[in-house]
Design a protein around this ligand. Structure first.
Ligand code: NDP
Length: 301
């Protein structure tokens, strides 16, 4: 491997330290404790793990965590009622509704019911519009984490060729907006893109947010490019043996074939330990930002 490893886990720890220091100052100087409300509907196992982790890290940063676990059959009216209460609760500065929601609930409707000022996920249509027009907004956590790592690694991104693979509303599109905001020349690739390897080969910065295990190959990468791998995919790992129930053990991989990409890239994020830890750290940072804005105080840098 010749690439520098961009250690998202270590970077996230420093972000969390800064968040905790800011929270301590908000408490001591202003008597304010930022609060994050997380709403989970149903029992999706992956969502339960994320929500637990978010709650734990919120408390570790010195903030208040309010967890609302609703059963899978909760009606839209009840969920909207809870969001309305949280919107009007002055102790709650950030609200996150864990996605995906059960099928009978309209994700767009629910997301847009959150007060945009408390929308720490940055998915409300107002925040999407603000980001798209280069105005102050709440920025989605995963792309924000990617941008922070890119800025830390490169400094100024101005003029760099960036290729974002994936055009989802939660990762690909906001990532492209952020890179454009930093004056990169941005290409968004997707499943209909012709000659994807050729497009990716143009990039100084590649952000892969596809959801296809190990799709991006080393020979797609321009030598020295920076590769940010957003993908989280679980694949069978027979080399790790079998579980007690006889099923094959699994492991997490990204959207990039790590070995071949790391041999060519200048820098790369690993999976796990890259983008993932930064996502929750940015959620905490967004909650502090929302709290400062609500109180009319200077925001963290
Ligand atoms: P989506 O499924 O919403 O979007 C995937 C995108 O990839 C789509 O735009 C799709 O194109 C594109 N795509 C699919 N197949 C190909 C292909 N063969 N070639 C080129 N493009 C393709 O996924 P998300 O954006 O929600 O997530 C992407 C990945 O990031 C997933 O692995 C997810 O688990 C991970 N993730 C990680 C997070 C973290 O914290 N690290 C947070 C969020 C997501 P089209 O639009 O044409 O269908």
């Amino acid at each position: 491997m010749s690439a520098t490893l961009i250690d998202g886990k270590a970077f996230a720890a420093t972000v969390r330290e800064k968040v905790a220091a800011h929270v301590a100052r908000l408490k001591s100087d202003h008597g304010i404790t930022p609060g994050l409300a997380v709403v989970l509907v149903g029992e999706d196992p992956a969502s339960q793990v994320y929500v637990r982790s978010k709650g734990r890290q919120t408390v570790e940063a010195g903030m208040n965590s309010y967890e609302h676990k609703l059963d899978a059959g909760t009606s839209e009216a009840d969920l909207l009622g809870l969001i309305d209460r949280l919107n009007n609760d002055p102790d709650v500065h950030g609200i996150l509704v864990q996605l995906p929601l059960p099928k009978h609930l309209d994700e767009g409707l629910v997301t847009n019911a959150i007060d945009p000022a408390k929308d720490v996920d940055g998915f409300h249509i107002s925040n999407v519009g603000l980001l798209g027009t280069g105005q102050k907004s709440m920025v989605p956590c995963t792309p924000l984490g990617c941008l922070m790592m890119l800025r830390a690694h490169h400094g100024d991104l101005s003029g760099m060729e960036a290729v974002v693979i994936g055009r989802s509303n939660i990762v690909g599109k906001p990532m492209a907006q952020l890179l454009l905001g930093d004056s990169c020349t941005v290409t968004i690739a997707h499943s209909r893109t012709r000659d994807l390897p050729g497009v990716v080969r143009r990039a100084d910065i590649v952000v892969a947010a596809v959801g296809r295990p190990q799709m991006v190959q080393g020979d797609w990468i321009r030598p020295g490019a920076t590769v940010i791998d957003v993908g989280i995919n679980r694949i069978d790992a027979p080399e790790k043996g079998v579980n007690e129930d006889g099923s094959v053990r699994t492991r997490l991989v990204g959207d990039c074939d790590f070995e071949s990409c790391a041999a060519v890239a200048g820098a790369i994020t690993p999976v796990p330990g890259g983008v993932g830890p930064m996502t929750i750290a940015c959620l905490l940072a967004n909650t502090v930002t929302a709290c400062c804005r609500a109180a009319g105080l200077p925001e963290p840098e």
